[in-house]
Design a protein around this ligand. Structure first.
Ligand SMILES: *[C@@H]1O[C@H](CO)[C@@H](O)[C@H](O)[C@H]1NC(C)=O
Ligand SMILES: *[C@@H]1O[C@H](CO)[C@@H](O)[C@H](O)[C@H]1NC(C)=O
Ligand SMILES: *[C@@H]1O[C@H](CO)[C@@H](O)[C@H](O)[C@H]1NC(C)=O
Ligand SMILES: *[C@@H]1O[C@H](CO)[C@@H](O)[C@H](O)[C@H]1NC(C)=O
Ligand SMILES: *[C@@H]1O[C@H](CO)[C@@H](O)[C@H](O)[C@H]1NC(C)=O
Ligand SMILES: *[C@@H]1O[C@H](CO)[C@@H](O)[C@H](O)[C@H]1NC(C)=O
Ligand SMILES: *[C@@H]1O[C@H](CO)[C@@H](O)[C@H](O)[C@H]1NC(C)=O
Ligand SMILES: CC(=O)N[C@H]1CO[C@H](CO)[C@@H](O)[C@@H]1O
Length: 824
């Protein structure tokens, strides 16, 4: 789950701290009170967004950070992912896209602040919530409670991260970008069952963190009992009614969920720009000081990093920047305008007297911030009703506040923004072949996964019990073979039922080398008929994890795999033989993984060309391809494949599972932004694969020949696999008179090549493809737009009567301009 936060800010050790006096010149003091975060004496509200460094590539970081800055953010936030950095105990990796120091340096180069969420529990739909599995396998350990072994490991890792950050002078107190750090994560949501030990653990976390002397405040999210040395913060879809546990603490929203994550077999979530903006405006209306978008850019769960179980490889999150780094319009632009309206009022918001007045039976609330410095005013006018309402503010004017919206009034008498009026373009991003490329059938080779040994019951080690999967694999692979033999003492074959009590997520059962069935799910009992021949029979069970649990109380203790079983054989007379304490032989991982079949330079696979085998489980496929032309983000369309894992030039793209489709029902096509958002609202993609396209970062590709390797677990056909680009193809604008319509083809890669529709007046329709002429239309609608935009990467149009050469009396009260254009 996305974490919530508890904020804890420390005031005590602000300013210079021991080791960082060398950086004194640039050091910034970070302080806070109930109405501001104060950086070097400057009172601020903070607009932050989450970008997780391992969910993109180093080559993408600068662009993502720059787009966040252009979107009006001043801070980037990330978790630290313990299990990515310390896969094996005391063996660390901080290279490539795990170089969090470089990530924060890029944040600083862009002129932004950073928030470091060390956790080290991350949640984040990340495998096992970020905990390494070796940690789980230490005897006597108990996670996230008053347990010495756990606390020692947590402290060792936290200290390592803090020391690395200090060495690189990353804390604001040293002249670096990091203004806040977080310890633990959303513990308050689950701590009840941990009892007293949980309470003392929270105290210990705070003390341990504070003793790190980082010179900036610490926060804890969703922790109402956070000690006063840390600031508690809120996580959720809305945080307007949240109050920090200390009157001296600023109100901070560490996770505002911009959308939602996707699970295999589920539909696409969508949170509207209008509702997201509404939640942010409400938060600042009610004394908010810091808010963070979770996620601002979600990205990709490369490798086996997705949590779960069953979290998809795409972590797009319907965030303002999409999985590939494209602007998700109108969300990105609508929030950018909100940020500008809020920042204009920053001086007022952070030192003022606040008064709230109710109108229209309390549905409308007017919050007036009056600056203590110069009496300047800023107002928020919110309407929580499902209908629009008129409000008369006397000398400050009359306003119509649309349903479920907040208006921001500069000087309390001029509307600069309304959360329900989207005045920015919508972009339709498509996946397609680049115009310069010709469609090519890829030519495939294949190699069977060597399963001879496991199907003959030959593994690496033995035990007379059914092991829990994490304990056996240390999560070095998704796969674990459990094998045993059974004697049929009779002289004839015997029909039996094989029954396996299974703790998830994907089970394949083989008897004497033949697959008798497979099944996936959370926990279930697998039951299939099998035929035992006279003599010795081999039972081979292959268990596959699909992301380890990442959320909930004691989530780390949930069993995976066959874990104790029982595994039973039931004969025709209903006699049950329990095989659980048989001698079981085990093999961790696939032979192809051990032999690096995914690595085109050093893999040991014996590839067969010609006579392509399709629909066959446990098969590796390989092809070569040219990178698509241009610089736009690349995806591989894996339609036709079943379930498995994909690599390009040895780099993992993550797990794939395109055969798994979302329920065909429940996408009614209507998405009403009004009313409380929940993750089940505004769903789309019914009946389609949960994930058909997989991101291939440009940096994985080279100019010559590239290699794609697929491991297919359940059977698929690679014949239709193809490489495509993501391109902004159609853009639409919808803007009222008195504003400026900005149109852009997203990042300078394309130009506006056709104006399909333009109408100034009272056109009908509100989205791309639905525009129609209304009762009036300025005759120069089309030519004015064409003149301003054709052949350009971006253009802006002053939406006024003068632009379209019409009289003052033209049209309706609030004329608008709608445009639909094509980028090529
Ligand atoms: C360290 O992490 C980087 C980035 O994910 C990866 O490319 C590299 O192979 C890892 N190194 C080792 C030794 O695992
Ligand atoms: C707010 O502004 C007033 C007037 O300039 C000043 O006296 C006061 O110290 C300021 N308050 C804070 C918390 O900075
Ligand atoms: C078959 O015979 C062996 C040896 O006598 C015995 O241990 C085993 O339990 C028998 N198996 C079954 C399925 O009856
Ligand atoms: C096992 O069951 C199948 C299907 O019911 C049947 O065709 C077959 O004859 C049975 N074999 C034995 C040895 O009982
Ligand atoms: C075996 O158990 C099943 C389910 O309880 C029952 O329907 C069936 O009649 C039983 N068969 C025998 C031979 O007892
Ligand atoms: C690929 O070719 C383009 C154009 O020829 C060049 O700009 C780019 O640097 C090359 N990229 C690599 C990775 O060699
Ligand atoms: C748009 O046009 C109107 C009318 O000509 C003018 O008053 C206004 O300043 C223009 N706005 C911008 C941003 O150029
Ligand atoms: C983990 C958590 O705090 N979840 C909450 C997120 O926000 C929604 C809507 O406000 C709540 O229903 C969840 O409980």
């Amino acid at each position: 789950m996305p974490g919530s936060w508890i904020g804890i800010l420390l005031i005590a050790s602000l300013g210079l701290i021991g080791s960082c006096s060398a950086a004194a010149a640039a050091a910034a003091a970070v302080e806070y009170d109930s109405s501001a975060v104060i950086i070097n004496g400057q009172r601020k509200i903070i607009l932050s967004g989450s970008i997780h460094y391992p969910r993109s590539t180093v080559e993408m970081w600068s662009d993502l950070i720059q787009k966040a800055k252009e979107g009006g953010l001043d801070t980037i936030e990330t978790y630290i992912f313990w299990n990515a950095h310390e896969r094996r105990r005391r063996e660390y990796n901080f290279t490539g896209n795990l170089d969090f120091v470089k990530f924060f340096q890029k944040v600083q180069e862009a002129g932004l602040y950073g928030i470091l969420r060390i956790g080290p529990y991350a949640c984040a739909e990340w495998n096992y919530g970020g905990f390494p599995v070796w940690l789980h396998n230490i005897p006597e350990i108990k996670f996230r409670t008053d347990n010495e072994i756990f606390k020692n490991e947590m402290q060792t890792f936290t200290t390592k991260i803090v020391n690395m950050a200090k060495e690189a002078k990353l804390f604001a107190s040293q002249g670096g970008p990091i203004i806040l750090a977080q310890i633990e994560n959303e513990y308050g949501n689950v701590m009840g069952p941990y009892g007293e030990a949980g309470k003392s653990y929270v105290q210990w976390c705070a003390q341990m963190a504070v003793a790190q002397n980082i010179g900036v405040p610490w926060i804890m999210c969703q922790q109402s009992d956070a000690p006063s040395s840390v600031i508690n913060t809120c996580n959720g879809f809305y945080c307007d009614t949240f109050t920090p546990n200390s009157p001296k603490s600023p109100k901070m929203w560490t996770e505002n969920w911009t959308g939602w994550y996707k699970k295999w077999g589920q539909k696409d979530p969508h949170r509207t720009a209008e509702d997201l903006a509404f939640s942010v405006a409400r938060f600042f209306q009610y004394n908010g000081v810091l808010q963070n978008y979770y996620m601002y850019y979600g990205g990709t769960n490369f490798g086996r990093t997705s949590g779960g179980p069953f979290i998809a490889t795409s972590y797009d999150y319907d965030a303002p920047l999409d999985e590939y780094g494209n602007l998700n319009q109108p969300k990105w632009g609508h929030l950018k305008n909100l940020h500008a309206a809020l920042k204009l009022g920053e001086k007022i918001l952070t030192n003022s007297t606040v008064k709230t007045t109710k109108y229209s039976d309390g549905w409308v609330e007017l919050t007036t911030y009056t600056s203590n410095i110069d009496g300047e005013r800023l107002c928020f006018l919110s309407n929580t009703k499902m209908d629009g309402l008129d409000v008369d503010l006397q000398q400050d004017g009359k306003y119509f506040v649309p349903a479920w919206s907040v208006s921001i009034l500069q000087d309390c008498n001029k509307e600069t923004y309304n959360t329900a009026k989207v005045n920015v373009q919508t972009s339709l991003i498509v996946k397609k072949l680049h115009e310069n490329d010709t469609p090519l059938k890829l030519s495939w080779e294949w190699a069977p996964e060597p399963t001879k040994a496991p199907l003959h019951g030959q593994g690496g080690f033995k035990a007379t019990q059914l092991l829990e999967q994490k304990a056996a694999t240390y999560d070095e692979s998704d796969y674990l073979w459990y094998m045993t033999s059974v004697d049929n003492n009779g002289t004839a074959s015997k029909n039996v039922t094989l029954r396996v009590k299974y703790s998830g997520q994907f089970l394949h059962a083989f008897v004497n080398g033949k697959e008798i069935g497979s099944q996936h799910g959370y926990t279930f009992t697998f039951e299939k008929p099998a035929l035992l021949k006279p003599g010795t029979n081999i039972i081979s069970l292959l268990s596959a994890t699909v992301g380890l649990q990442n959320y909930g109380e004691f989530f780390d203790e949930g069993p995976e795999g066959i874990a104790g079983g029982p595994v039973e054989l039931i004969d025709s007379g209903n006699t049950t033989t329990d095989l659980s304490s048989n001698e079981w032989s085990y093999k961790v991982g696939l032979n192809g993984e051990g032999g690096r079949f995914y690595d085109p330079t050093s893999g040991r696979a014996k590839w067969v060309s010609g006579n392509l085998r399709v629909g066959r489980a446990m098969t590796w496929y390989k092809t070569t391809f040219q990178a698509p032309s241009g610089t736009e983000p690349v995806v591989v369309d894996l339609q036709g494949m079943g379930k498995g894992h994909a690599w390009v030039n040895g780099n993992s793209l993550g797990r794939f599972w395109p055969i798994l489709t979302a329920d065909p029902n429940g996408c009614d096509g209507k998405c009403d932004y009004r009313g409380q958002y929940k993750e089940g609202k505004c769903l789309s993609n019914c009946g389609n694969p949960t994930q058909r396209w997989y991101h291939v970062p440009r940096s994985f590709l080279n100019n010559g020949s590239n290699t794609l390797i697929l491991f297919e677990e359940i059977g698929g056909n690679p014949s239709d696999v193809s490489f495509q680009i993501t391109a902004t193809e159609t853009i639409c604008g919808n803007t009222y008179e008195g504003t400026t319509l900005e149109l852009s083809c997203n990042g300078g890669r394309r130009i506006i090549s056709d104006i399909q529709y333009a109408s100034f007046g009272d056109p009908q329709g509100s989205s791309c493809g639905s525009f129609q002429r209304g009762s009036v239309e300025a005759s120069r609608s089309f030519s004015a737009v064409e003149k301003a935009c054709m052949g350009k990467e971006s253009c802006s149009i002053n939406v006024s009567k003068a632009t379209f050469g019409v009289e003052d009396s033209f049209g309706v009260d609030n004329n608008r301009l709608v445009v639909q254009a094509v980028c090529t």
